[in-house]
Design a protein around this ligand. Structure first.
Ligand code: ATP
Ligand code: MG
Length: 380
């Protein structure tokens, strides 16, 4: 967490040492829009080692001239004025070059609404006509959009993210450039794209962003999302992140390997997709095997796809009423089964346990120790 008040203090300290410093980017935009901000960026002509002399810092992105400054319990990202390597020398796009003027620093930024500066006196400095675009509610690149997307195609995804967050329109020339440059997204690391996509899905104007993705054709370059984006764009309420991805992959038929989901999420989308596809009615054994979360997710997708009614209440009730919810609930342990049967441990134990689980779930066998013991003796 950080506040404008805290940021002003950081600027004050930097200026005391005769450096220049401004709040920049999203925090200025959100301040003008009177929207809450979580992270505040400060841009300065002080070099990282000079910033480190004044504050308690952590070198978060030294390569890019960024250090995190700690002030009380607040943190600020403080970055030295710079331009990206692409500008200067296309052979070393990963390099950054520190520059003297804040104007140059602002002009390397993505959109005009993200290029505003604010002083510690809350004066706005605008080298890019960002304030007018904020008023007009438009997202427009700083400079020629074709060049700017050529430098970093991730900005295409960022345009949609800001549209989803702010509800703004993407300005025509910028939109046309997106249509023309969309294939460049294929060169961008999928981690970065996924990151923007997840942020986009959490915005208040997701539908608008999905619509723009369709009109510019960007939905076609995102593996496995095309059908889902088209489908969701037509829905009254856009599903949240997990349900959105599950919907997409149910429609496309698989979870593409190229998306760098965590193992947990990949498993979640794959299993829910499979459950949705096999058109489950969520019987006790399915509820027991996959757990309530995955069953609810698959049901939600089935419902969105109009395959079934909304079974949420029924699933919740049925799950609550399951006689057992995991192997551990069975009132006879594997060791007890082995002792009772007086046989060597082997695959038969697991098989017998599974049989008992099915019997208990179907209420043909009570989950009571004596009943389970009798079952074991009858079935070995
Ligand atoms: P958010 O509300 O999501 O934090 P933000 O505008 O602060 O929005 P960040 O991703 O935090 O966005 O980036 C901070 C600032 O850095 C941006 O406002 C923009 O000026 C600049 N920036 C970030 N990513 C890029 C990029 N890919 N190309 C150019 N400038 C960028
Ligand atoms: Mg930010």
């Amino acid at each position: 967490m950080s506040t404008i008040r805290g940021a002003k203090k950081v600027i004050y300290e930097l200026k005391k040492q005769h450096y220049e410093a401004y709040i920049v980017g999203g925090a200025v935009r959100d301040h003008i829009l009177k929207q809450p901000t979580t992270d505040i960026d400060i841009t300065t002509n002080a070099k990282p080692h000079q910033v480190a002399k004044i504050f308690k810092t952590k070198p978060t992105g030294l390569k890019y001239g960024t250090v995190t400054v700690f002030m009380g319990d607040e943190t600020f990202e403080v970055t030295t004025y710079r331009v990206d390597g692409q500008y200067i020398d296309s052979r070393h796009p990963e390099d950054v070059l520190f520059v003297e003027s804040v104007e140059e620093d602002v002009k390397r930024r993505d959109f005009t609404i993200n290029g505003l500066l604010m002083t510690e006196k809350e004066e706005i400095i605008d080298y890019v006509d960002g304030r007018a675009d904020l008023q007009l509610k438009i997202i427009k690149t700083i400079g020629n959009p074709i060049d700017r997307f050529n430098e970093d195609a991730l900005r295409i995804m960022r345009a949609f993210y800001f549209q989803s967050k702010l509800g703004f329109q993407i300005e025509k020339e910028t939109r046309d450039a997106i249509t023309e440059m969309k294939d460049k997204l294929k060169d961008i690391a999928m981690e970065r794209i996924l990151n923007e996509m997840i942020k986009l899905l959490q915005g208040g104007h997701v539908k608008k962003a999905l619509k723009s993705m369709i009109t510019t054709g960007v939905h076609e370059v995102l593996p496995g999302l095309k059908e889902g984006i088209i489908y969701a764009e037509d829905m009254d309420e856009i599903p949240f992140v997990d349900a959105f991805f599950t919907l997409c992959f149910t429609l496309s038929g698989s979870v593409p390997a190229s998306w760098p989901f965590s193992n947990k999420h990949r498993h979640r989308y794959e299993t829910a997709r499979m459950l949705s596809e096999s058109n489950q009615t969520f019987d006790p054994y399915t509820l027991y095997t996959y757990g309530i979360d995955l069953c609810l997710l698959a049901n939600r997708v089935n419902y969105m796809l109009k395959k079934t009614k909304n079974l949420t209440n029924k699933i919740e009730l049925d799950y609550k009423n399951l006689p057992i919810q995991s192997d551990l609930d069975l009132k006879l342990r594997a060791t007890e089964i082995i002792a009772l049967a007086n046989k060597k441990a082997g695959a038969w134990v697991k098989n017998l346990q599974t049989e008992m689980v099915v019997e208990v779930l179907n209420r043909r066998l009570k989950n009571e120790k004596s009943e389970l013991e009798r079952y074991v003796l009858e079935h070995i």
